[in-house]
Design a protein around this ligand. Sequence first.
Ligand SMILES: C[S@@+](CC[C@H](N)C(=O)[O-])C[C@H]1O[C@@H](n2cnc3c(N)ncnc32)[C@H](O)[C@@H]1O
Length: 171
Amino acid sequence: MPSGDTFSVPPIGDFVRRYLAAAKVSIDPFARNKAWATHTNDLNPETTAQHHMDAEKFLLHLAAQGVKADLIIFDPPYSPRQISECYKAVGLEVGMKETQSALLYQRVRDAIVPVATEDAIVLSFGWNTVGMGKRHGFEQIEIMLCCHGAAHNDTICLAERRLPELQGALL
Ligand SMILES: C[S@@+](CC[C@H](N)C(=O)[O-])C[C@H]1O[C@@H](n2cnc3c(N)ncnc32)[C@H](O)[C@@H]1O
């Protein structure tokens, strides 16, 4: 079954743990209660994450501290409805702009680049394979589809590696 605790779905958890095992420093800006990464954050203060900031602000905060990670995990809410539910749960006002997943994804992905090492891997979870993309200097290295049965959407698990020759592509 699909779960809001994405990595509690066994094959997805295995996918994440496989990359974590090879990582030295990792960042999870949408961690919920998963304390798997070195640096964890979740907007909701009722979660056990180390920080409770907006994901973009959290990444900019780490960048200002000079943190560099070779693994960054991107597991945000997957739809405008899920974003709205997350924001309302923490008492934030939500309008059209705040619930647009494309806007949330773009500002968080842009903020991942300054904390990524030259050969960093980014794991993205959701309903598409857009990921960091060449625009941010990344190439796809693995895609895993997790079928949840019935009429549920698959969870698409994407791994991308930063390519030195594509760095600066965004700027
Ligand atoms: C799909 S869940 C993450 C699940 C987690 N990876 C796991 O396996 O348990 C997405 C999380 O993002 C958090 N969230 C939503 N909007 C956020 C934002 N703008 N900044 C930081 N966290 C946010 C939610 O509170 C929610 O816990």
